[in-house]
Every structure is written in structure tokens, then in C-alpha cells.
Design a protein around this ligand. Sequence first.
Ligand code: IMP
Ligand code: MG
Length: 184
Amino acid sequence: MNNLEMHQDCERILITADQIRERVLALGEQITKDYHGEEVIFVSILNGSYIFTADLMRAVELPCQVDFMQVSSYGDSTCSSGTLKIKRDLNSDITGKHIIIVEDILDTGYTMRNLINYLGSKNPRSMKICTMIDKPARRTEEVSADYLGFVINEDLFLVGYGLDYAQRYRNLPYVAILKPEIYS
Ligand code: IMP
Ligand code: MG
């Protein structure tokens, strides 16, 4: 797949690179204010949130650390299998620390519900949720983000800025939906 094809596979851009940049800076400023004088550990949920996490952290002016978890509830398809598996766990001890879970998308909320239960059991000093995108249409769990980039009300499968379809399209600088023939 050459670079041109990657862009041509997109049917519509929902969030432009400029919009993302502006929003991430605002989130970074808000977090900087809220945690003034404190240290934060960002718990980045791989793979989808790696780009968002990298940009967000550079917009935060606080002493902070990053750690990663990889969990799976999705295979190569566009719908949840309904089970959560920890594929990679934290390296750091979060007990007594301020943590912010950084996710790419809150969809059904199932992943986040499980993460909250799991990370909460390690007794962090505080735990907040930051998600780049909230898709409330398919929410089944009662979870909401403390820091939120964008709300997409339509039930759409999104790619770009870290989000993949079958592991591709993460490097698109914007968030888009693909042409229907790509998904089939
Ligand atoms: P949930 O458990 O249903 O909330 O699903 C959350 C996870 O599913 C996210 O962390 C994403 O990795 C993945 N996901 C949900 N919707 C999309 C999408 O539109 N594009 C890409 N990944 C998605
Ligand atoms: Mg994810």
C-alpha cells in the first residue's frame, strides 16, 4: 500500500490534524493546571493511544512518567468480542500515585470498566480517565472521561492518529472513516 492509497481509502475526514493539535494542547493545559505541584503517571493503553499519549505528554508541563498496558477485546474486526485480556502489564508501582489512564476511544466502555477495576485495585492516590474520542452510541458500561478530546455521536469505525483497521492506517495524521469496500 503506498501513501497515496492510504489517503484514498478514506471516505471522510472527521477530525483534522489541526483540530487534533488544538484540542491536545488544551487538554495538556488543563491537566497542567489540575495537577499543579504534583507528579502524574500516564498509563497509555497500547496500541491505539500511543500517538495521542506522545502528543499529550508534550503538552503537559509537569513532572510526569509514562507506563503502558496492552489489553485486547478486539481482534482484526470492527466489533468487540466482549472479553478483556491483559497482554502487557505495567512496569511501575502505581500505589499512592496520581494516574491518568490514556485511551484512544471509549466505545462500549467495557475495556475502561475493566481497566478501572484492575488499576483501582492497586490503590493509586487518584485515577482519572483521558480519552481522545468518546463514542457514546454503543456505551453499555457506566464510564465517562475526565479529559475528553472529541465526541463522535454517530456509530462509526474510525481510523487514523493511532487508530487502526486491521493494524493499518495508524499513521494517518487525521481521524477518518474508510470507504465501505475497505471494511468488507
Ligand atoms: P470498548 O471496550 O468497546 O470501549 O472498546 C474500546 C477499544 O476498542 C478502544 O480502545 C479501541 O482500541 C477499540 N475501538 C473502538 N472503536 C474503535 C474505532 O472506531 N476504531 C478503532 N478502534 C476502535
Ligand atoms: Mg484501544
